[in-house]
Design a protein around this ligand. Structure first.
Ligand code: FES
Length: 564
């Protein structure tokens, strides 16, 4: 076939020189310099988004995974073409990777559009990478498959199993309480993150991997296979092979997979997992991109029918490697089958009902996935609250909270994002009691990019008294690996003039999770008067942060940019 007649994907998305034939000619000339001839270039082209970065330790094994994916593409007769996008490592990105989720989604979406490819495989893993890639996929007009690096393995210290990051937080809390000295906490550090891969517990990364598989955007079995395992590589190769089949078919595109039923299934799985609160923000954002109407309250009404089944930290006691041994997400879906809509079809091309027929859970590990008749916890692992302190909604992970604090009234103690909060809370003379409600504000999307700062440290004075939990309220997020009675995502946020902005030290706050309420016990007229006097802080002066602050949607709407 001549260059002029070619219809191969490599000739699509032509560079605009005003002469299409010349654009095709030039493209093949440059690709020849990279060793590609027409036999290569007339195959289905599979773009592979690679997010390897020295700043993203969770993705350290991604080159091996990309090799496996590439092998799968070649085996099926496709042409693999790797391309880089932004990579967001949770721990090394300042001030928070969430500030850049939408930027990564834009980067990925635009590259899928701009580069010639018949289908795309997006390789991610660490917290915000998968949500960003799902958002990008939902905006794509060609088949897209997601693959993740998989979770890390656990370590061991003094006979105790450890894994990032629930144990990181737990040991640090013990250090703050004076139970572990500097030498001990340093020694333990070497066992917290022992391999590449995403966090070892049901944090945001694992939650979103499970959401991706449930939605049908990943081949079955992909959410939980460990980063260090051959199974992960085999799954990567299978993803490569499947991408070529989808490329030849030209379907399904993500919007055909991301249906309302798929999101409802995801919400039920989220409840059974006791998954990360971050999933609420991310799923709403993905649904919005896919044109699906998904409200915050649906997480409560739909999820409230499903009990907590997965015994994984931070809601339980086990780790992702245990969940995988128990059969992983397919085994959980099998247990949840009576609650699910099983006509959904993902990138495998087979209805969920058919996949579940072939699912055989590992009986020797079934203690990690509890049966519906003997759940780990009651329905409602994630609750959505409203009230005078969060008129548009707030979120709490009840499965990781203290039961005795789920109905609590106490005086506010207010700190602001940007303050040296640990120093304030460690003041030995701090006038604070276990009854106090810690309030963090200015940490919403507009205020600070919505960092995972909501699980404020227990004030040092109380920690040394053995207090491990008090009620905390904020417009921030918290890590999926965190735990405690922590109310998050208060909307409207303080920086946008929400009531959180005018809470004063000593004001009473009432949390009533069974009634789904969060209220500032201050007269309505007084709240309105205070809000009239409130002056928001100026927005960032330039660049991405300015664009973000000017256009970001509230947390309850997914915190995407309004124009996307
Ligand atoms: Fe990457 Fe937890 S820091 S997944």
């Amino acid at each position: 076939m001549s260059a002029q007649e070619s219809v191969s994907a490599i000739d699509h998305s032509r560079t605009a020189y005003g002469d299409e034939a010349f654009s095709r000619y030039l493209r093949r000339a440059f690709l020849a310099s990279a060793g590609y001839d027409d036999v290569d270039l007339d195959r289905p082209v599979i773009g592979i988004a690679v997010t390897t970065s020295a700043y993203n330790t969770c993705h350290r094994e991604m080159p091996a995974l990309a090799d496996a994916v590439r092998r799968g593409v070649l085996e099926a007769g496709g042409l693999p073409m790797e391309f880089p996008t932004i990579s967001l490592g949770e721990i090394l990105t300042s001030p928070t990777s969430m500030l850049f989720r939408n930027l990564m989604a834009m980067d990925t979406e635009e590259m899928i559009h701009a580069l010639p490819m018949d289908a795309a495989i997006l390789l991610g893993g660490c917290d915000k990478t998968v949500p960003a890639q799902l958002m990008a996929a939902a905006s794509a007009d060609k088949p897209v498959l997601l693959e993740v690096v998989g979770p890390m393995m656990t370590g061991s210290w003094r006979g105790e199993r450890l894994g990032a990051c629930t144990d990181c937080r737990r040991l640090w809390a013990r250090h703050r309480a004076g139970e572990l000295d500097a030498g001990e906490i340093t020694q333990a550090r070497g066992e917290l993150v022992t391999t590449a891969g995403t966090c070892a517990v049901m944090g945001t990364a694992s939650t979103m991997a499970c959401m991706t598989e449930t939605l049908g955007m990943m081949l079955p079995g992909g959410a939980t296979a460990g980063a260090a395992t051959g199974e992960r590589l085999r799954h990567g190769a299978a993803t490569g092979r499947r991408a070529v089949e989808l490329a030849r078919q030209g379907a399904p595109i993500p919007r055909e997979i991301l249906t309302k039923h798929a999101f409802e299934n995801a919400i039920k799985v989220l409840a059974a997992l006791g998954g990360s609160t971050n999933a609420l923000v991310h799923l709403v954002a993905v649904a919005r991109r896919a044109g699906i109407d998904l409200s915050l309250t649906e997480f409560d009404t739909i999820g409230a029918k499903v009990p907590l089944l997965v015994d994984c930290k931070p809601s339980g006691a086990n780790y992702m490697e245990d969940f995988h041994r128990s059969g992983g997400l397919p085994a959980l879906l099998k247990e949840l089958e009576p609650h699910l809509e099983t006509s959904t079809v993902g990138i495998s091309g087979r209805p969920l009902a058919e996949l579940l027929e072939q699912t055989r859970p590992r009986e020797d590990w079934q203690h990690v996935i509890r049966p519906l008749g003997d759940p780990l916890g009651p329905p409602g692992a994630l609750a959505v609250l409203t009230g005078s302190l969060a008129p548009n909604g707030a979120v709490i992970k009840t499965s990781a909270a203290s039961a005795e604090l789920l109905q609590h009234t106490g005086p506010a103690f207010v700190v602001e994002a940007g303050q040296d909060i640990a120093r304030i809370l460690d003041d030995p003379d701090l006038d604070i009691t276990p009854d106090h409600v810690l309030v963090l504000r200015g940490a919403g999307p507009v205020g600070a990019g919505m960092p995972e700062a909501g699980a404020l440290p227990i004030p040092g004075k109380l920690a040394r008294q053995g207090i491990r939990d008090i009620v905390r309220v904020s417009d921030a997020r918290m890590s999926g690996t965190s735990y405690g009675t922590v109310v998050l995502h208060c909307d409207p946020e303080a920086a946008a003039g929400g009531p959180l902005a005018v809470v004063r030290n000593g004001d009473l706050i009432r949390l009533d999770v069974p009634a789904r309420r969060l209220d500032l016990m201050v007269d309505e007229a007084e709240i309105a008067r205070r809000l009239r006097d409130f002056t928001p802080a100026p927005l960032p002066s330039r660049g991405w942060r300015r664009l973000y602050a000017e256009t970001v949607l509230p947390a309850s709407q997914g915190a995407d940019l309004s124009f996307l």
